[in-house]
Design a protein around this ligand. Structure first.
Ligand code: HEC
Length: 217
C-alpha cells in the first residue's frame, strides 16, 4: 500500500476484507474497529498538511464504520440521531442567497485538489463532484458512486424547499443519509460559502450546462 496518502476508510476496510479472503459484500467476522484503527495507524505517517489526526473518528464516523464492518446497518434511532445532528448544524447563506456563478461552480466541480499532503496550507480546495456524479453532457468522464445530477434544476425546480434541501445535502450530506459517502463540503470546511453558492448555481441556473442538452458550453 502506498504510504502517506490518506485513503477513505471504506477503501481500507475493503482491503481488509480482501486479505481475509472474503467476498467484498460479505461481512467479515472477527475484524473489530480497533483492528482497523491499528492497521491505519501502522500504515500512515504524517506528511505536509495531512496529519495523523485524520485517523481520529468522530462518533458519527465510528458508528458508520462499525455498521460497515459488521454488515449490521445502524439502528433507525442512531441513523435518525446522526441525520438530526447534521441537519441542525447546517449554516444557510444569508438572505436566502443560494446562488453564485455557475461558471465558477463548474471549475469547483471539476477540481479534485485539496486536503492532500501535496497541497499547501490554505490552498483553495475543489469539490471533485464529477468523481461521483454525472453533471453535464459535455463532461463524459465521471464516476457513479452518487446519482446523476444532469438536469438537476430543470427537473426539481427552484422552490425554497428544494434550494434548502440541496444546500443542506452539499453542506453536510449526512443530514439526509446517516452514513453518506459524500464529503461534508460545508461542515468539514472543504468549500467556502462562495464556492458552495457557485456549485448551487451550476445545479440550478437555467443557463448552466447541467440544465442543457447541448454539449457545447
Ligand atoms: C465521494 C463521492 C461523492 C462526491 C465527491 C460528491 N458526491 Fe454528491 N452524492 C454522493 C452520493 C453517494 C449521493 C447519494 C446520497 C447519499 O448517499 O448521500 C450524493 C447525493 C448528492 C445530491 C442529492 C441528489 C438527490 O437526488 O437528491 C446532491 C445535490 C449532490 N450529491 C451534489 C454534489 C456536489 C455539488 C458535489 C461536489 C461539490 C458532490 N455531490 C460530490 C456522493 C458524492
Amino acid at each position: 500500500m502506498k504510504k502517506s496518502t490518506i485513503a477513505p476508510l471504506a477503501v481500507l476496510a475493503g482491503l481488509l476484507l480482501m486479505t481475509a479472503g472474503a467476498q467484498a459484500d460479505e461481512p467479515v467476522t472477527g475484524t473489530s474497529p480497533e483492528d482497523v484503527q491499528a492497521v491505519l495507524k501502522a500504515s500512515f505517517e504524517p506528511k505536509g498538511i495531512a496529519k495523523l489526526d485524520r485517523l481520529e473518528q468522530s462518533p458519527m464516523q465510528k458508528a458508520c464504520s462499525q455498521a460497515d464492518l459488521t454488515g449490521k446497518p445502524l439502528s433507525k434511532e442512531d441513523a435518525a440521531m446522526i441525520a438530526k445532528e447534521a441537519l441542525a448544524s447546517i449554516k444557510y447563506p444569508a438572505e436566502g442567497q443560494f446562488l453564485g456563478d455557475w461558471k465558477a461552480g463548474e471549475k469547483v466541480a471539476q477540481n479534485g485538489r485539496g486536503l492532500q499532503f501535496s497541497d499547501k496550507e490554505g490552498a483553495v480546495n475543489g469539490g471533485n463532484c464529477y468523481a461521483c456524479h454525472q453533471m453535464t453532457k459535455a463532461e463524459i468522464s465521471f464516476g457513479n458512486i452518487g446519482p446523476s445530477l444532469l438536469h438537476y434544476g430543470k427537473q426539481r425546480g427552484s422552490s425554497k424547499e428544494i434550494m434548502e434541501y440541496t444546500w443542506a445535502k452539499i453542506y453536510d450530506s449526512h443530514a439526509y443519509a446517516a452514513c453518506s459517502a459524500m464529503p461534508r463540503f460545508g461542515a468539514a470546511g472543504i468549500l467556502t460559502e462562495a464556492q458552495l453558492k457557485d456549485v448551487m448555481a451550476l445545479l440550478f441556473d437555467p443557463e448552466s450546462p447541467v440544465n442543457k442538452d447541448d454539449v457545447a458550453q
